[in-house]
Design a protein around this ligand. Structure first.
Ligand SMILES: NC(=O)CC[C@H](N)C(=O)O
Length: 225
């Protein structure tokens, strides 16, 4: 699998993401700076990692969504490329219009840094094939704006077309509509999720519940190893 991680000013999870990807592929992903103007040839996956791009000024992910390389990411997605956005990356995907809806402030108006559990709503995507349908897994949440919201029509479409990939179980701490933790584009190639699977790939630090996501991605792109 050939993967690239895009780094923005204020991104802070890019190294965790690189470790998670390298763990399953044995090769380091390309680290790209947001001012770059081209994606490497033959990419399988682009990752928009978590953090505080541009200090969360204006709105989380809003300024990153205007970065030069994001125009390339949009083109990559339009050609059917896989794009994963985690936390701030999910916020960027919504701000860039690659996924519908928005991430509002957590219902409590407090930053939440804690473990959470999610249920896999569909296991037939590159991101979730490492899990069983309905499987519950744990990951870390660390966000101030993780309260997923969209209008009724969009929500009906997301649910009706089964584009909700991950749903919180237990307490809905950030207030997300329908307890949504992750959503997919209609072609199932773009996924945004708030919790951090990249922080759960090592039994010594946070457990390994996130590993199947990366393993599933690696298995999806075996030919490109
Ligand atoms: N860990 C993250 O990516 C956080 C995203 C964003 N800065 C927020 O607080 O909501």
């Amino acid at each position: 699998m050939k993967a690239a991680i895009i780094v923005f000013p204020g991104t802070n999870r890019e190294r965790d993401m690189a470790i998670a990807l390298e763990r399953v592929t044995g090769r380091k992903p390309a680290m790209l700076w947001h001012r770059d103007t081209a994606l490497p040839q033959g990419l399988d996956l682009v990752v928009l990692p978590g953090g505080f791009s541009y200090g969360d000024y204006l709105r989380c992910g809003a300024m990153a969504a205007q970065s030069p390389l994001m125009a390339e990411v949009k083109g990559f997605a339009a050609r059917g490329g896989h794009v994963l956005g985690v936390c701030n990356g999910f916020q960027m995907l919504c701000e860039a219009g690659l996924l519908p809806g928005a991430l509002l402030k957590n219902a409590s108006l407090r930053f939440l840094a804690m473990d959470c559990t999610m249920k896999v709503e569909r296991a037939d995507t590159a991101y979730t094939r490492g899990y069983q349908q309905g499987q519950e897994f744990r990951a870390t949440m660390a966000h101030g704006d993780g309260n997923y919201f969209c209008d009724d029509e969009t929500l009906a479409r997301l649910e009706g077309e089964r584009l909700v990939s991950l749903r919180y179980t237990g307490e809905n701490r950030n207030g997300s509509i329908n307890s949504i933790a992750g959503i997919l584009s209609p072609n199932l190639r773009v996924m945004g999720m708030m919790p951090h699977p990249e922080n759960c790939v090592d039994p010594l630090v946070g457990g390994e519940d996130g590993l199947p996501m990366f393993q599933g991605l690696a298995d999806s792109f075996l030919t490109a190893a």
